[in-house]
Design a protein around this ligand. Structure first.
Ligand code: NDP
Length: 244
C-alpha cells in the first residue's frame, strides 16, 4: 500500500519539487501551505493540496484531521515550510524573530506532536525535518535564521533517540543554496540596508556572498532526490553543500 506523505511548504521551491517527485515515485502525497492557489497544479500529479498555516494551532489540527479521515494516518511527515528573515541582531525586531521561530521551529514541533500518536500505534513513521547548511555554520546578519535551524538540528537529534524504539525514524536534510522564492531574499535585504544601518558595510560583504550562493544555487529537484533518499535509506543526516 502507498505510504501517505504530508509535506509542508508545497506551494514553492523545494517543497513543491519534492511533492511532485514523491508523487511520481509511488507515494500518496498531501501538500500543504498558505497559498492554496499556488498548489492547484499539484492536483495533476495526484497530490492533494491542503491549506495550512504552520503558525496556527487550529490550522495544524484541521490539516492532520483531514488526512487521518481520508488516508488513515500520516506515515511520513516532511517539515519543509520555512521563512528566512535577515538582519543584524541589533536591527531585527523581536516580533520578526518570534515569527521566524514560530514557522521554523514551533510549527515543526507541533506537527510532530500531532502525528506521533498514530505513528507509535502503527509502529511506523518517518519524520523529515528540513534544516540547512545554516543549521551547522553561520554567517553574520542571519542570526535568527541560524538559531532556528540549529534548534531544528538539536530537536531532531533528541527526538530520534526518543522515538527509535517505536519504529519511527527522524531524518534531517541540510540543503545548501537552492533556487526558490527564499534564496534571493538575503541578497535583497543586504543590498537594501547597506549604507543605512551601523552594520551597512558588513551587510554589503555578506550580500556579495549571498549573491554568489544564489548564482550557484542548485535546482530544487536535487534536494527532492536527497529527501527521497533520506526517507528510503533512513540516513539520519543528508547534506547538500553544493552552493554554500
Ligand atoms: P520558498 O520560500 O521557496 O518556500 C517556502 C515554503 O514555505 C512556501 O511553500 C511557503 O508557502 C511555506 N511557508 C512559509 N510560511 C508558512 C506558514 N506560516 N505556513 C505554511 N507554510 C509556510 O523556500 P525554499 O523552498 O527555499 O525553503 C524550503 C525549506 O528549505 C525551508 O525550511 C528553508 O529554510 C530550507 N532551506 C532552503 C535553502 C535555499 O537555499 N533555498 C537552503 C537551506 C535550507 P506559503 O507562503 O504559500 O504558505
Amino acid at each position: 500500500m502507498k505510504k501517505t506523505v504530508l509535506i509542508t511548504g508545497a506551494s514553492a521551491g523545494i517543497g513543491k519539487a519534492t511533492a511532485i517527485y514523491l508523487a511520481q515515485n509511488g507515494y500518496n502525497v498531501y501538500g500543504a501551505a498558505r497559498r492554496i492557489e499556488k498548489m492547484q497544479d499539484l492536483k495533476g500529479y495526484g497530490i492533494k493540496p491542503i491549506s495550512l498555516d504552520v503558525t496556527s494551532e487550529e490550522s495544524l489540527v484541521a490539516c492532520i484531521e483531514q488526512i487521518v479521515m481520508e488516508a488513515g494516518s500520516v506515515d511520513i511527515l516532511i517539515n519543509n515550510a520555512g521563512s528566512g528573515y535577515y538582519g543584524a541582531l541589533e536591527d531585527m525586531s523581536i516580533s520578526d524573530a518570534k515569527y521566524q521561530m514560530e514557522v521554523n521551529l514551533f510549527g515543526v514541533a507541533r506537527l510532530i506532536q500531532l502525528v506521533l500518536p498514530s505513528m507509535r500505534k502503527n509502529k511506523f513513521g518517518k519524520i523529515v525535518n528540513i534544516s540547512s547548511v545554516g543549521g551547522k555554520i553561520t554567517l553574520p546578519m542571519g542570526g535568527w535564521y541560524h538559531a532556528s535551524k540549529f534548534a531544528i538540528e538539536g530537536l531532531s537529534d533528541a527526538l530520534r533517540k526518543e522515538v527509535k524504539s517505536f519504529g519511527i525514524d527522524v531524518i534531517v536534510v541540510e540543503p545548501g543554496g537552492t533556487k526558490s522564492e527564499m534564496v534571493g531574499l538575503g541578497t535583497d535585504y543586504m543590498m537594501k540596508v547597506s549604507g543605512k544601518t551601523a552594520y551597512g558595510q558588513l551587510a554589503k560583504g555578506v550580500g556579495k556572498m549571498y549573491a554568489k550562493i544564489e548564482k550557484d544555487a542548485a535546482e530544487p529537484i536535487v534536494i527532492a532526490k536527497l529527501i527521497k533518499e533520506g526517507i528510503e535509506t533512513n540516513n539520519p543526516k543528508t547534506r547538500y553543500v553544493g552552493a554554500s
